[in-house]
Structures are given as C-alpha cells and as structure tokens.
Design a protein around this ligand. Structure first.
Ligand code: FES
Length: 123
C-alpha cells in the first residue's frame, strides 16, 4: 500500500498535537498527538456535521486548554485521545476517524495514501 510521509516523531513536541496535509491539495489534515512513546492520528474532521469540519481555531490548536482531550473549537466537542470518541459536546456517540500511522525504524511517520483524498468520517 502506498504511503505518504508526514514528519519525524520528534517534530511533534511531547504532549502536543500537530496537523499535517499529507498532500498539498488534500481536503483534510491528519492530526497526530504525541504522549510519551504513544502516537495517535485522526482525520481533522469533526463528526458533528456530515463531511466533517476542521477542528482547530488556529494552526495546530487541536487540544483543549488542559491538553487532556482533542477539541473541536467550532462548538466545543471534546474527544478522547486514545479512542477518538466524543465525550462531551454535540456529537456524543460519534468518533473521529482514526488514521493508521506507520513509523519506520528511524522515527519517520507516514500515513496510507488514501487519507489524502477523503474527508473521512466514521459513522
Ligand atoms: S463542528 Fe465540531 S463541535 Fe460542531
């Protein structure tokens, strides 16, 4: 399966989230959250509305103030970082769409090429 490079794991500070466009014309960013050795990746597409809405109010502002949850700043939804499940806000019962993240032995991260072509939303 073709994959697209995102960055090196050290490009994401500990406890932070960053958004990456897997291709310059991709419709959505991929959010990567780093906590210790763990990395979680989701499409930047809030499930509140069909088609998904970009979640950050400014570049890479994907976490709530405490850094404990992913947040959609449109209407305040909070998402569990481990599972992508909405735990507060208008899309309770829905989830962010997880992206399969691959890390090579040198720590470089990549995602499947298909994520560059869809505004993914998990029903
Ligand atoms: S669009 Fe994300 S909470 Fe409404």
């Amino acid at each position: 399966m073709a994959s697209l490079p995102l960055c090196h794991r050290d490009d994401i500070p500990e406890g932070a989230a960053r958004g990456f466009l897997p291709l310059p014309d991709a419709p959505r960013r991929v959010i990567v959250v780093r906590r210790g050795t763990r990395l979680d990746a989701y499409m930047d597409a809030c499930p509140h509305y069909t088609g998904g809405t970009p979640m950050a109010w400014r570049r890479d502002a994907y976490l709530n103030g405490e850094g404990t949850h992913l947040a959609c700043h449109a209407h305040g939804a909070l998402f569990d970082i481990d599972t992508g499940a909405c735990v507060s806000g208008p899309c309770l019962g829905r989830k962010l769409t997880r992206v399969a993240l691959t890390e090579d032995q040198a720590g470089y991260l990549s995602v499947p090429a298909h994520v560059a072509g869809r505004a993914a939303r998990e029903e």
